[in-house]
Design a protein around this ligand. Structure first.
Ligand code: URA
Length: 440
């Protein structure tokens, strides 16, 4: 078999067979297919797309390109979740303790942030001593004992995706629905949980800018999950505004704690309850309505917050910052950005807010960048809020004085202020099960 022929077949709109996709993924992972040929193939897929069958086979090949995690040492049903990423997305820190407090196991592998998006591993590492890299047996022990453990990706998980994603990143082929679906689902299948909840973000801070594209991606991923005997549901949630008010690692842990205390912002609380309820539903804890009540009760009773404390303690973290987030080290600079005009917040370019936060030191420009855990943004004005000239739009936190001017420019420009109050927008757009789409 020759890669040249496969590229030509896809370029001409053909469908790749199981043998052809297996050859392509195996040989590329081994280094026997050069990047220039794989780049051409990715571009052909970008333009010609892939059938559901091709996408499912590609996902399977990518999942099996490395270790398949065996979670059978953990008792009970294991539920995983995945967010397609965004700005201020601290939902994992909130919903995994909620779900564990309701008796369902979560053995979660998370990623780091890059560019304008944050990553759960970085957020957890803002807690002094928290270990995100632990031996597998320890990971299983914590999940069995506490009900939840969150670590960075271990071992040799989906090496094909690592290589392919890096290549897509530099060949303008990231935004392809079959390629995104295969990339995400190969990791979820390899990670070994029985059920998968997908949080597909939509809007200016997300990969998918429109609800329709997000639904198309979600449908593909749900079909792949179910085809592989994993109960899978996807929620389409808003990323046209940052989620919650805080962006930045320690700041987001603080907001997660506030939310688990029942004092979180309305958008974040609503999205977290809905996501947690769906994870419980997948684990067959009851009807969706019953699962929602369980999630709410876990917050009201304080059980979910206690679960987060147990998790942090089990992974070696300093629980004093969870018990009192004011114990987090504070940034030396707190700079207020004020509004220059009256009106209403009509739009927030969420990607730009993420970039402002990265400039302050909260995110990574390159994989090698070092994160300042105390850096970030406290957004004082969100979509639809009334603004009077001189009002504080947001507070920028950093230890890098030289970054403030640039971050302020980017942050200010992210806001569109208009005379008219804009229409209310939902925080959740749709819920997708196999062959079923519910719009909210
Ligand atoms: N996240 C992933 O893991 N892969 C993609 O292709 C896009 C987002």
């Amino acid at each position: 078999m020759r890669m040249y022929d496969l590229i030509m077949k896809k370029r001409n709109g053909g469908q790749l067979t199981k043998e052809e996709l297996t050859f392509m993924v195996e040989e590329y992972t081994l280094g026997n297919i050069p990047d220039y040929q794989m780049s051409a193939m990715l571009m052909a897929i970008y333009f010609e797309g892939m059938s559901d069958e091709e996408t499912a086979i590609l996902t399977d090949c990518m999942a099996h390109s490395g270790d398949m995690v065996d979670l059978s040492a953990i008792e009970g049903i294991k539920v995983d979740k995945h967010s397609t990423g965004g700005v201020g997305d601290k939902t994992t820190l909130i919903i995994t303790p909620i779900v564990a407090a309701c008796g369902v196991k979560v053995a979660k592998m998370s990623g780091r942030g890059l560019g304008h998006t944050g990553g759960t591993v970085d957020k957890l590492e803002s807690i002094k001593g928290f270990k995100t890299s632990i031996p597998e047996e320890e990971f299983f022990r914590i999940v069995n004992k506490v009900g939840v453990s969150v670590i960075g990706q271990t071992g040799n998980l989906t090496p094909a995706d690592k290589k392919l994603y890096a290549l897509r990143d530099v060949t303008a082929t990231v935004e392809s629905i079959p390629l995104i679906a295969a990339s995400i689902m190969s990791k979820k299948l390899a990670a070994g949980s029985d059920c998968i909840l997908l949080d597909v973000k939509t809007g200016s801070g997300a990969f998918m800018k429109t609800v329709e594209d997000s639904i198309a991606l979600a449908k593909k991923m749900v079909a792949i999950g179910e085809h592989n005997n994993r109960r899978t549901v996807a929620m389409i949630t808003d990323m046209d505004s940052p989620l919650g008010n805080y962006i930045g690692n320690a700041l987001e842990v603080k907001e997660a704690v506030m939310t688990l205390r029942g004092e979180g912002p309305a958008d974040l609380t609503e999205v977290c309850i809905e996501l947690a309820a769906n994870m419980l539903y997948l684990a067959k804890n009851g009807t969706l309505e019953e699962c929602k009540q369980q999630a709410e009760e876990a917050i009201q009773s304080g059980k979910a917050l206690n679960k987060l404390i147990e998790l942090v303690e089990a992974q070696g973290g300093d629980i004093s910052v969870i018990e009192n987030p004011d114990n987090f080290e504070q940034a030396t600079i707190a700079h207020e950005v004020v509004a220059k005009e009256d009106g209403f917040v009509n739009h927030i370019n969420t990607e730009q807010v993420g970039i402002a936060s990265m400039i302050l030191g909260a995110g990574r420009e390159t994989k090698e960048s070092i994160i300042d855990y105390s850096a970030g943004i406290d957004m004082k004005k969100k979509y639809g809020d009334k603004v009077v000239k001189g009002d504080v739009l947001g507070i920028l936190y950093t230890n890098k004085g030289e970054s403030v001017k640039n971050a302020e420019l980017v942050f200010e420009k992210a806001y569109t202020i208009a005379e008219e109050k804009p229409e209310c927008k939902p925080h959740i757009y749709a819920r997708i099960e196999l062959d079923k789409i519910e719009r909210y």
